[in-house]
Each structure stands twice: as C-alpha cells, then as structure tokens.
Design a protein around this ligand. Sequence first.
Ligand code: ZN
Length: 394
Amino acid sequence: MTARAGQLAALAAELSKGAAQLESQLIELVCELTAIDAPSGSGAETMGPASAAFARILGRFSRSAELLPTPRGDLIEFKVGPAGDTHVLVLGHYDTVWPAGTAAERPAKVVGDSLYGPGTYDMRGGIAAAFSALSLLGEARLPIPVRFLLTPDEETGSACSRERIVELGRAAQCALVLEPPLPAGGIKTSRSGWTVYELTVSGVSAHAGLEPERGVSAIDELCDTIVELRGVADADVGTTINVGVISGGTLPNLVAAQATAQVDVRTRSTAEDARVLDALASLRPRRKGAGLKVKQLHSRPAMERSPATALAYQHIQRLARALGQPLGEGHAGGTSDANLIAPLGLPVIDGLGPDGAGAHARDERILISSLVERTALLALLLAYPPGRAHSAVA
Ligand SMILES: [Zn+2]
C-alpha cells in the first residue's frame, strides 16, 4: 500500500466511524429540514420563510450563508474552505413539489430503516448529508474551496437560478449534485435532455361555408407542421418528440385563424439537442398567408457521460471502495440542474443523495443506513474532490 493509499484508507475508516456516530443527529436534521414547506414556483413571499429557516439551520455548519433574492425565492450560498481560484460546487435545491401545509400534515417519521416525509428523498436527505459531511471532515481539512448552492426553483425549471448555477459551474473544478440516486444507490453520470417548445401558427379566418377559399387554416398548417416534426424524432439515438398540448380555432364554421401546440423533446446528446433545435428553427409555413413562430419555453440540455465525468466516476468508485460501499452508476431519464452545467465540460456527478424511494409521491422516504453512508462518502469526496485531485488517490 502506498503512503497515499494508506492515508485514504485511514481517513475512510475515520469518516465511516464518524458518520455512523452521527446517525441520530442526521435523522434529526432531515426531520428539521422536512418540517419546512417550500412549494416550488409559489413566489418569493411564500419561499422567504423557507430560505430563512434553511439558512438558520444550516448556519450551524457554516456561518457563511448568503441569501440572494430572486422572484422565485432566495438562492442560498455557502462559501467554505481555503481561498483559491477554483472550487467544488455542491449543488442542491430546497424547493419541493409539495403545497404549503404538507409538512404539518405529513411530518417526517421513522419506520425501521426508513425515514418518511415530503422532500426527504428529493432532496432534504442529500442536503443533510452534505452539510453533515462538511462538519464531519472539518472545514480546515478541505483542500480547495467549496461552494454550496441551494436553489428555490429546480422543480419548476430553474428559470431564476440558472444563471447563478452556470456562473458557479464555470469556475468549478467539479460539481457534486445532491439529487436522489438511481434505485439501489447508483450515481447518475448521464441524464437525458429536456426541452419544451411552443409552436404558434397564425392563419386567416373566413366563413367555412360561404367563402372558405379566402381563409388560411392555422389548424391545417399546424397539423402539417406536426407531421413534419415527427420525422425529426429518432428513437434509435433516444430522441423523442411528444406533442402534449394542442389548441386552436374558435368555432366549427370558421377557418381557424390561430393554433398552438406544446412539444416535449427528449435527447441523449448535445449533438441531438443542436440537431432538433436546427430542425425547429428551419420550420416554415407551407401556406401563403400563414405564419409560424417557435418559442423555447424550457430547456435543460442533455448531460452526456463525458470523459471528465467518466474519470470522476472511477475516482469516486475508488473512494467508495475505501469506505466499503459498493457504488454503481447509470443513466437517468429525468433532468436536474446537473444538465445545466454538464455542457461546460467539468466532471458532474449527480445522484449523490441517499437511497430511498417515492420521489414526488406520498410515500417518499430515504434509507437511514444510506443517509449515514452518503455522509461518509460526501466527506471523503470533499477531502479528495474529483478533477485536479485524481492523482492524489493512488
Ligand atoms: Zn430534486
């Protein structure tokens, strides 16, 4: 065993033991965080008490909390560790899909190894593990600065957080994302992309019986456009296109002057993101007098398993092995804020939250044993962050 491997083994043993001793505090912390309602998309006024409560509770781990207001609630940032020109970005979100009042209606409860409660799995458990990992390792042992960013609007598309996420991602050596893992605890090294487009077609109205030839049907134009769009999908490479919403016209006896559709596009690569975007941008109306506008309503690009992320996974697997934790990896069909930073080229590891089940469901829960394990793993990751420090672990 080399000196470095010996150091890693010793630290892994210390952190495993320390995390196990923290079990009851970890449970208490998740319960405290689960008691805070933070309905995504509800606005800054409703989210204000949530960000204040998070900053107060997590302020026990670092006094560096800073609240940056947005129309959807505050961004909460913590800056810890030594000075430096790059950092580890630990990314999470404190909003949930649950309406106000849910926390009181269904408070967290422990049943065997499971800790139930709204937001435990997505993602208060991950937040509790990350901040406990910081205190377990100790700020003095961080080799490079760590920036924690907790956002208020991940569940509703991150419109108000996106800019800050990308800004901190651009300067980061690696990003550790606290979303729930794959079933059985595997981390997410790639994610599908998700973009929503709105097509708006304009036509010319006319009486459908008296002089239909004077009209230009926006509905007919939209239907033809959708048929053309179908040809853009490519299931072989994972690109699917779903027209999920459609509307138009006013009365059966009128040639429709307007029609709209909302289109959901899923992709597996940035090349496909670009191809679909090009195809949509080049759509043209085929009827004289018809108009067509394409607007992007929401976009999270595909997160590919880049060479940097693959290397980071190998590194994390080595750390997990030192802790005696098996750790798989895989692809996730859903998106997260990890998708926003993956195209920047840094290693992005998602799904670092504890194992559990029931995301966005009433039986949402995490496994307490996994909460403890993830705390140790995150602490070791903060000590040996992926990226520049790969070589530090022999
Ligand atoms: Zn989430």
